[in-house]
Ligand binder design. Structure first.
Ligand code: 6PG
Length: 241
């Protein structure tokens, strides 16, 4: 695991934009397309916006990137809480990614159907390769969840399926989410975490003993891929390292 600490969210987003842009260009030297699972939540907004500006707007070959999502809130696309909508508004529509490259977790069908359809899509992309996504971008909640893998939920124990749908009682909402097995086969996983509110949880996730029931972010351990944490000083303030 590699830890990258920045002063604040702005610096973190700038560092990460440069890092991701380099990584994309490197990977695309050896293969025709780049697959990227985006994160929801509020933390990546600044990163997405930076990527729409120079130099990234021009140097990233957007038509060769295929976009997916880590998780989705089962609300209509028009709803502000919809993760796909946020990414369209801040990034995808702005740089003009071709629609056939964009794979949203649908919320216009039942959550179970949507999860099954997504599993099929991922299978088509990855069944013949050693790894799944070239990049999975993740956030971490104050409670230690990532994706829609929340503490105490059954999906935390999933060992086989790549995509699951379930009703999240605490938020009175269905969620559709990638599972740890598919993320752990990715070539590269990057977590972003900022702010004091995440400091203690980050310490538990990175330095604490393994307790994925309480801190599901600990489930993310790529088998052969890279794992990076991009955090700000506030989030890193409780770490001993
Ligand atoms: O849809 C979601 O809610 C997520 O994808 C979720 O896992 C998110 O990344 C974390 O909750 C962090 O959210 P913030 O970036 O808003 O803190």
């Amino acid at each position: 695991m590699e830890l990258h600490i920045a002063k604040n969210t702005q610096e973190l987003s700038e560092n990460l934009a440069a890092w991701i842009s380099n990584y994309i260009q490197e990977v695309l030297q050896d293969q025709p397309i780049f697959t990227w699972a985006l994160s929801g939540g509020s933390t990546p907004k600044q990163l997405y916006t930076l990527l729409t500006k120079e130099p990234y707007k021009l140097i990233i070959p957007w038509e060769r990137i295929h976009f997916f999502w880590g998780d989705e809130r089962a609300v209509p696309f028009e709803d502000e809480r919809n993760n796909a909508r946020m990414a369209y508004e801040t990034l995808l529509d702005v740089v003009g990614v071709p629609s056939e490259n964009i794979h949203v977790m649908r919320t216009d069908i039942s959550p179970e159907e949507s999860a099954a359809e997504y599993e099929k899509t991922l299978n088509k992309y990855f069944k013949d390769s050693d790894t799944t996504f070239d990049l999975v971008l993740l956030g971490m909640g104050d409670d230690g969840h990532t994706l829609s893998l929340f503490p105490g939920t059954e999906v935390v124990h999933e060992k086989k399926a790549w995509v699951k749908a379930f009703f999240l009682k605490a938020q009175d909402m269905y969620r559709i989410t990638l599972t740890a097995p598919v993320v752990n086969e990715a070539a590269c996983v990057i977590f972003m975490a900022t702010g004091n509110g995440k400091a203690l949880t980050l310490k538990n996730v990175i330095e604490g003993s393994f307790d994925a029931e309480q801190f599901p972010s600990q489930l993310i351990r790529p088998q052969d891929g890279e794992l990076h944490w991009f955090v700000d000083e506030a989030a890193a303030s409780a770490l001993e390292m």
